[in-house]
Design a protein around this ligand. Structure first.
Ligand SMILES: Nc1ncnc2c1ncn2[C@@H]1O[C@H](COP(=O)(O)OP(=O)(O)OP(=O)(O)O)[C@@H](O)[C@H]1O
Length: 267
């Protein structure tokens, strides 16, 4: 597709990483440090965030989405500090699917994705094509004119993914995107992730170890707001032995690193 070049396209990319965190700390509520000294460097590819409930995955993703400001350390997104006052230019290049995303039940699929494109300040002339492509990519073309309230939970999740990718983001943040998808949808979703990861920095949080094995180039395993392990899925699998609980090598690696019953969890 041919489109007019935007200033962002012409600006030289002078940063080494799309997402770069050093000693990142993010406070939630009054004094809970849900992310507590985290180092990350992500470029193009699919980066899985794994960890037990309460590990800090959602808090980290919210910080990467610029919803939460860092409390300490440094976070650079597309070469810009996340502590900068005006983050609009960065936000235009980010796609974000929150864990619980709010939507308007009376909107049609097309209307909702269009509305989100508009909120992302996409040029009006680009919106119709971009919406069509995003809806097609999540396999909902036939339902584009249907109201969201008539869709199944899995389909709504796909609409959430469509709104996240409508602006062709450079950084795509997906918080538990496979929740509510049936096995066939999950397989298609993993294919889509791999395709997106060829030219986008995708950060995906999940509690499904199989998602990571099937679709991620590397894994960051978190517990108590810190990184417990970083490496590729094969290295995660290699961390476990037959003694460790789990149905697959990668699950055994996960158990080995977190200890029995997820010792690393906040429980
Ligand atoms: N607004 C808040 N006020 C107080 N504590 C919070 C708040 N938000 C999150 N927390 C706590 O911070 C910790 C990290 O939460 P977070 O949601 O980031 O974890 P998570 O890894 O995404 O977990 P899950 O897999 O359950 O979604 C948890 O112990 C959680 O209870």
């Amino acid at each position: 597709m041919i489109r007019a070049l935007e200033p962002d396209d012409l600006a030289p990319a002078t940063y080494a990483w799309d997402v770069h965190a050093t000693g990142l700390r993010v406070r939630v509520g009054r004094n809970r440090m849900a992310v507590d000294g985290l180092d990350l460097a992500f470029g193009t590819g699919v980066h899985g965030l794994l960890g037990p409930n309460g590990a800090g995955k959602t808090t980290l993703i919210r910080a990467l989405a610029t919803v939460l400001r860092p409390t300490g350390g440094s976070l650079e997104l597309l070469g810009t500090s996340a502590s900068t006052v005006d983050l609009r230019a960065v936000r235009r290049r980010i796609g974000y699917l929150p864990q619980d995303f709010g939507y308007y039940r009376r909107f049609t699929v097309r209307e909702f994705v269009e509305y989100m494109a508009w909120l992302k300040e996409m040029p009006g002339r680009e919106i119709p094509d971009a919406v069509q492509r995003a809806v097609e990519r999540v396999g909902l073309t036939e339902r584009a004119g249907d109201k969201l309230r008539t869709l199944s939970g899995g389909m709504v999740r796909r609409v959430g993914i469509a709104q996240a990718i409508v602006n062709d983001p450079r950084v795509l943040l997906l918080d538990e995107p496979t929740v509510g998808l049936d096995p066939a949808q999950r397989l298609r979703f993993r294919e889509m992730l791999r395709a997106l990861g060829t030219d986008t920095c995708v950060v995906v949080s999940t509690h499904l170890v199989e998602d990571v094995a099937a679709a991620c180039d590397d894994v960051t395993l978190m517990a108590r707001g810190r990184v417990v392990f970083q490496g590729d899925p094969a290295a995660l699998a290699a961390a476990g032995t037959d003694e460790h609980p789990g149905d697959s090598a990668i699950e055994r690696g996960y158990s080995a690193l977190l200890g029995p019953a997820g010792e690393g969890s906040g429980w």
